[in-house]
Ligand binder design. Structure first.
Ligand code: AMP
Length: 283
């Protein structure tokens, strides 16, 4: 695997690949790789001729009071993992390479970016869209892979691709979970054993909602009420939001219908975790 830090070197590799007629898959990550990332990487290795994984802890998507400084950095271990997976290129630029002094340009997906996680993390999706568009411009991928774990991120990025007439295809892959239901996340490394146990309330509350829907419940308010009960029953948990929305535009839904997204963010002590489920109703 070739490790690349400079944008101009990445571009020259891309030019070579293109001249050989090869397709390019891109998997953007912030590193500290786990099985969730690996599911995306494996799909890219399978589908594209060449796979580029980026590891970049993007400062513009963190708020001033957020965990940019503490975010886990495991570059050496990540490189070993990527080599084993048959990744062709690791693009790992420094922050100054992506945002040199005097940097001014940002991308916003208005409205979509202000909902759900955007409400508690103002500026987050502006940072995400900006860095992902930069990565798309640098790597010029045919396909880019994202996880359903960050459901709103995938929806916002799909909108950006549509609105800005980008040619890249976005593929969204299912949430990878621990055996007990906890969605894998680099931020799980922050959890103490006690908090790790408490964090199961996220998936438990989503499972309960799904169970109710399977039995015929369609009223969003009743579902949210039950989820709140479960989450509030865990003393270490504090709800940031629970939302039931249309997966196409993130508009709130009072009644469950096909392609509904139930998404939540919950603090376990100081650690903010997210999880979600997409409801498909066969009627
Ligand atoms: P991150 O490194 O957290 O920015 O994540 C990089 C990519 O991996 C994003 O597209 C995430 O949605 C995806 N991802 C993170 N956790 C999971 C998971 N548990 N299952 C599937 N995809 C995930």
């Amino acid at each position: 695997m070739k490790i690349i830090a400079a944008i101009k070197d990445m571009r020259s590799v891309v030019r070579d690949l293109r001249s050989q007629g090869k397709t390019i898959g891109l998997v953007p990550t912030m590193g500290c790789l786990h099985e969730g990332h690996l599911s995306l990487i494996r799909e890219s290795v399978k589908k594209a001729d060449s796979t580029v994984v980026s590891i970049f802890i993007n400062p513009t998507q963190f708020g001033p009071a957020e965990d940019f400084k503490e975010y886990p950095r495991e570059m050496r271990q990540d490189i070993g993992i990527l080599e084993k997976e048959g990744v062709d290129y690791l693009f790992a630029p420094e922050a100054e390479e992506m945002y040199p002094e005097g940097y001014k340009t940002y991308v916003e997906v208005s409205d979509f970016q202000d909902r759900l996680c955007g409400r508690s993390r103002p500026g987050h999706f502006r940072g995400v869209c900006t860095v992902v568009l930069k990565l798309f411009n640098i790597v010029d991928p045919d396909i880019s892979f994202f996880g359903q774990k960050d459901a709103q991120q995938a929806i916002v990025l799909e909108k950006m691709v549509q609105d800005l007439d980008l040619e890249v295809k976005i593929e969204v892959l299912p949430i990878i979970r621990e055996e007990d239901g906890l969605a894998l996340s680099s931020r799980n490394t922050y959890l103490s054993p006690e908090e790790r146990k408490a964090a199961l309330v996220l998936s438990k509350s989503l499972n309960a909602a799904q169970g109710m829907i399977e039995k015929g419940e369609r009223d969003s308010e009743s579902l949210i009420r039950r989820m709140k009960e479960i989450l509030n029953g865990e003393p270490l948990a504090k709800i940031d939001y629970i939302e039931i929305v249309d997966i196409d535009n993130l508009n709130p839904l009072t009644k469950i219908e096909n392609k509904t997204l139930i998404a939540l963010a919950v603090f376990i002590k100081k650690v903010r975790l997210i999880d979600n489920v997409i409801i498909h109703i066969k009627e």
